[in-house]
Design a protein around this ligand. Structure first.
Ligand SMILES: NC(=O)c1ccc[n+]([C@@H]2O[C@H](COP(=O)([O-])OP(=O)(O)OC[C@H]3O[C@@H](n4cnc5c(N)ncnc54)[C@H](OP(=O)(O)O)[C@@H]3O)[C@@H](O)[C@H]2O)c1
Length: 303
């Protein structure tokens, strides 16, 4: 039986992987995350606390569990926080990944690692896997460094780059659709940029690709994102429409107006042909993704 170690099981992607894999009989799954408690404590999934920055803990857990594959959904994913907390961001996004690589090498495990469109400068997206990264934010730099640590690590690996991830989750939901819906429901005006253009991605599509990556033993980098390209402003309008909220509260602005802490790549988006042909990805478009999100929120009672 394949043993799967999930790191960052409390996060958006980690929760989805935990739900997809912990209920299957083909796998023995160990969920891990930074917090002592697990969001699915009530479901009898196996869970143990693991801080990936603690090299000794990573080494001993991985040598005792002996996973076939490690799915790394753990990260410091807040772009502005990474810009102002560089040392901590590096520790989680790079040193943590180096620890996983080293431990994976000892047991011969495949590492499926998640990266981002923020490794690109956003001058000429959509990008394919062969395009040259050139990150403009500290988050993007740390994620590119994590990719390099995986690539030179001497282990079987898959790197999945993704974009503007969204989906329902237990706990605080910091995704873009959740932010838009919460504010519009409260009657707050929000500013959304029309010059940051990318492909929003439902987390189910990324989780699907992560599972296929280890099931099919696919090596290398894959671009995984939703079917439609849209600006944040257009995406916000679609969110308001699907959730029946007041789109009149959404103000169209430029990135320069927002004065965000970290610089943002403006034109990203991915070419996903490789993931479609080699992983069988058939990503949702925005309409499908938002309908799935709405249904998840209604049925599961999460955010
Ligand atoms: N969200 C996006 O829009 C987006 C876009 C492109 C790429 N990505 C990438 O996709 C991946 C998944 O993102 P996500 O949105 O699911 O992230 P997320 O919701 O922020 O979850 C990340 C999880 O990582 C865990 N974590 C943080 N530090 C850790 C440590 N030292 N040891 C172990 N676990 C730690 C946290 O666990 P606790 O809750 O237990 O503290 C957190 O729940 C990341 O690699 C991210 O960079 C995300």
């Amino acid at each position: 039986m394949k043993r799967i170690l999930i790191c960052g099981s409390n996060g958006l992607l980690g929760q989805r992987l935990a739900l997809m894999l912990s209920t299957q009989t083909d796998y023995e799954v160990l969920n891990t995350s930074h917090q002592r408690s697990f969001v699915f404590d009530d479901r009898l999934f196996d869970y143990t606390q693991l801080d990936i920055t603690k090299k000794g803990d990573v080494k001993s857990l991985i040598s005792s569990f002996h996973p076939t594959a490690i799915l790394n959904a753990a990260a410091a994913s807040n772009v502005d926080w990474c810009e102002t907390h560089r040392e901590e961001a590096w520790k989680i996004n790079v040193v943590g990944v180096e620890n996983l690589v080293e431990a994976a090498r000892k047991v011969g495990a495949r590492l499926v690692h998640i990266s981002t469109d923020y490794v690109f400068d956003g001058n000429h997206g959509p990008y394919s896997e062969d395009d040259k990264p050139n990150p403009i934010s500290y988050y993007g730099k740390s994620k590119l460094a994590s990719e390099n640590a995986v690539r030179i690590g001497g282990i079987p690996y898959t790197i999945l780059r993704t974009i503007v991830l969204y989906g329902a989750r237990i706990g605080v939901n910091t995704t873009f659709p959740a932010w838009v819906a919460t504010n519009l429901k409260a009657g707050n005006h929000i500013c959304c940029v029309d010059d940051q253009i990318s492909n929003p991605t439902h987390v189910t599509d990324l989780a699907f690709a992560a599972v296929k990556a280890f099931e099919l033993n696919r090596d290398g980098i894959y671009h995984v994102c939703g079917k439609d390209r849209a600006s944040r402003y257009e995406f916000a309008l679609r969110i308001a429409d699907v959730f029946g909220l007041d789109a009149g509260l959404i103000k169209r602005v430029k990135t320069a107006d927002l004065k965000q802490v970290a610089p943002r790549p403006l034109m990203t988006g991915f070419v996903t042909l490789k993931a479609q042909t080699e992983l069988g990805l058939n990503p949702m478009d925005i309409a499908q993704g938002l309908m799935v999100l709405k249904r998840e929120i209604q049925t599961a009672g999460c955010n």
